[in-house]
Design a protein around this ligand. Structure first.
Ligand code: NAD
Ligand code: ZN
Length: 249
């Protein structure tokens, strides 16, 4: 149900959050929009006229690793100077008061950690991680610009960005952990995600089946808006701090 984000509706969701011991938050590119991170869809997501769908694949990397690394280097250079916004900080604050709090993000920008969220599940990986194509070891790497092509310090193999590309599965253990949380969740917030990328798009269905109150916060209406118990239209950086203020006051 689309709701005006007014005092009554915010208070209702805040009351429910305050009395819940199990909360899951799913975030997408929209939560980082006010930090200046470009979302994928739309012209700001383009680089040299390539669409992200044509670069963020294993096939693209195998065909032309230099091109794909140049694109990631560009994305890392855009994101490195950016800061979390009030929406990221509000979630880090909310976490403190809830016994069983799980933050799942589709974002690869790392901003939830910078804002102080303890253990976000970065289900699509992170731009600040690299993984060896040969020995599979993972490393943190924050160099901008990165040496192209980067090599594994352990075996000399080619490193790839440690992100989940189109057509690749999400790590089974991570998915399992998320579903375990969703099966007992009491309130779920879905923030700044278009609901077009699976399996994240179906998490709210699982939560609702478990009896949770499911709340969307998005600047625009999404194909899923009608399904939520509350759908607050507006900027995450304005709505989330207000909501968390109601919870903690
Ligand atoms: P998306 O780009 O498909 O959708 C973004 C959603 O956020 C839209 O529904 C939009 O209406 C909403 N939105 C935009 N600004 C907002 C704001 N200020 N407040 C509230 N809502 C706002 O993003 P998605 O659903 O996350 O899926 C895209 C995929 O691309 C993800 O898998 C993600 O891994 C990847 N991606 C990540 C980043 C990042 O790390 N920040 C950026 C771009 C894409
Ligand atoms: Zn290696």
């Amino acid at each position: 149900m689309i709701q005006i984000c007014n005092t009554d509706s915010i208070q209702h969701v805040a009351d429910k959050l305050r009395s819940s011991s199990s909360v899951v938050v799913l975030t997408g590119a929209g939560i980082s929009q006010e930090s200046g991170v470009p979302t994928f869809r739309g012209k700001e997501g383009l680089w040299k006229n390539f669409r992200s769908e044509d670069l963020a694949t294993l096939e693209a990397f195998e065909r032309d690793p230099v091109l794909v690394w140049q694109w990631y280097d560009w994305r890392r250079s855009l994101i490195k100077p950016l800061k979390p916004n009030p929406a990221h900080y509000a979630l880090a604050e909310l976490e403190k008061g809830i016994q069983d709090f799980t933050l799942v993000t589709q974002n690869v920008d790392g901003l939830h950690r910078v804002a102080g969220s303890k253990n976000p599940i970065e289900m699509h990986g992170t731009l600040w991680g690299v993984r060896c194509m040969q020995c599979n070891k993972r490393f943190e790497n924050r160099e901008v610009p990165i040496k192209i092509l980067p090599e594994c310090e352990s075996c000399g193999g080619l490193l790839r960005p440690d992100v989940v590309w189109f057509g690749e599965p999400i790590d089974a253990e991570i998915l399992h952990a998320i579903y375990r949380c969703l099966e007992k969740v009491q309130v779920m917030l879905v923030v700044g995600t278009s609901g077009m990328v699976q399996p994240a798009a179906s998490f709210s269905l699982v939560a609702k089946r478990a009896g949770a109150l499911v709340v969307e916060i998005n600047r625009s209406e999404t194909p899923q808006s009608g399904f939520f118990d509350f759908s607050f239209q507006g900027k995450a950086g304005e709505i989330l701090p207000k909501l968390v203020q109601y919870v903690t006051q």
